[in-house]
Design a protein around this ligand. Structure first.
Ligand code: NAP
Length: 333
């Protein structure tokens, strides 16, 4: 890799290209925490929000496991607070999305819808997107009874009958949330044992509106204008039946939003960016944090912690680089 030795002082804009010390891709808890730490290190970070300001947590009704909020806090409110705090120290948040990246030399070149950034360090916090079932009817009926977001769409299902697909924490948490609106929420799980933790399992089992269908998968979603039924398949005996329903909420995990970096950064077989314990990727100066790099914890607090760590490391990286420049006599010490 080639390193260009250039001045790391304030960001500059020339020929439609903007030079920045730290560019952060993504505005969820990881991105905004990285922005806070980078801003407090006087690095004038720029955050590109991506298509979804605040990431997945902004679609969460309430977050109850982030310390400091004993009564819980709304997901979008939390993101607003994160952003305000980062901006207070000089972070700049741009409603823009990276479309192309070139990590083959520094500064890294990031093309967006509006401009080109030349970034001395890059922090990738692009998060993850809900996994789809990929069954007939799913795509056609998305937004017409098929949903991946209880907070966004639950309200449309007042007094309706719903199914939730999945057996993890998300399925149970969102399923319980949906009982605020729906008459009944039936959790369809492909095994006879939940993946979700015991607290959520207990809450779900004690909720009179929650039912379970075990050892079953949704093979097809049926309906003309809107969802009318699903075809359920019993995975033990292969039998199938049509199950009338008003809505299908799918919570079966996530896919990391890392396609933009394929071929440039090392990833695991699932597409999560590989980092070391210091959030460093295989490209010096590129760091990754949050759900783009973490398939295991996926909590607001762990993502925020990873974001902060990535920014601390970016600062170290830039300081070391600055020392190199000084030694080379290219900037005044
Ligand atoms: P997850 O833990 O990966 O669970 C996905 C669920 O979907 C599993 O039950 C899985 O079944 C099922 N599944 C996967 N592919 C499927 C398919 N094609 N058809 C049918 N079912 C399928 O994902 P998650 O629930 O989104 O949770 C992700 C992480 O976030 C976890 O670490 C979780 O603890 C965390 N989280 C925590 C909270 C909280 O603490 N309040 C809330 C939400 C999420 P199998 O079990 O058979 O694999």
């Amino acid at each position: 890799m080639e390193f260009s030795l250039t001045d790391l002082s304030n960001p500059t804009k020339e020929n439609g290209e903007e030079r920045v010390n730290v560019l952060i891709l993504g505005s969820g808890p990881a991105g905004l925490s990285a922005a806070l730490y980078a801003a407090r290190a006087d690095l004038n970070p720029v955050v590109l929000t991506g298509m979804e300001l605040g990431g997945q947590v902004s679609l969460t009704y309430t977050v109850e496991n982030y310390p400091g909020f004993p009564e819980g806090v709304g997901g979008s409110e939390m993101v607003e607070l994160f952003q305000k705090q980062a901006e207070r120290f000089g972070a700049r948040v741009e409603f823009d999305t990276a479309t192309e990246v070139d990590l083959s030399q520094r500064p890294f070149r990031i093309q967006t819808y509006n401009t080109i950034y030349l970034a001395d360090t890059l922090i990738i916090t692009t998060g993850a997107t809900p996994r789809h079932l990929n069954v007939p009817g799913e795509k056609e009926l998305t937004g017409r009874g098929v949903s991946y977001c209880a907070t966004c769409d639950g309200w449309f299902f007042k007094d309706k009958e719903l199914i939730v697909v999945g057996g993890g924490d998300s399925a149970l948490e969102e399923g319980i949330f949906l009982t605020r609106y729906a008459n009944s929420v039936t959790i369809v799980h492909r095994r006879d044992e939940l993946r979700a933790g015991p607290v959520l399992e207990k809450q779900a089992r004690e909720n009179p509106k929650v039912k379970f269908i075990w050892n079953s998968v949704v093979d097809e979603i049926l309906g003309k204008e809107a969802v009318e039924a699903v075809r359920l398949k019993n995975v033990l005996d292969g039998s199938e039946r049509e199950y009338p329903i008003d809505g299908v909420f799918i919570f079966i995990g996530h896919i990391p939003n890392t396609q933009l970096f394929e071929g440039q950064l090392e990833m695991d077989p699932m597409g999560y960016i590989q980092t070391d314990k210091w959030m460093r990727t295989n490209v010096p100066g590129v760091f990754a944090a949050g759900e783009a790099a973490d398939s295991r914890f996926r909590q607001v607090i762990t993502s925020a912690g990873m974001g902060a760590a990535a920014a601390i490391q970016a600062n170290h990286f830039l300081s070391e680089f600055e020392s190199e420049l000084e030694a080379a006599g290219e900037i005044d010490s």
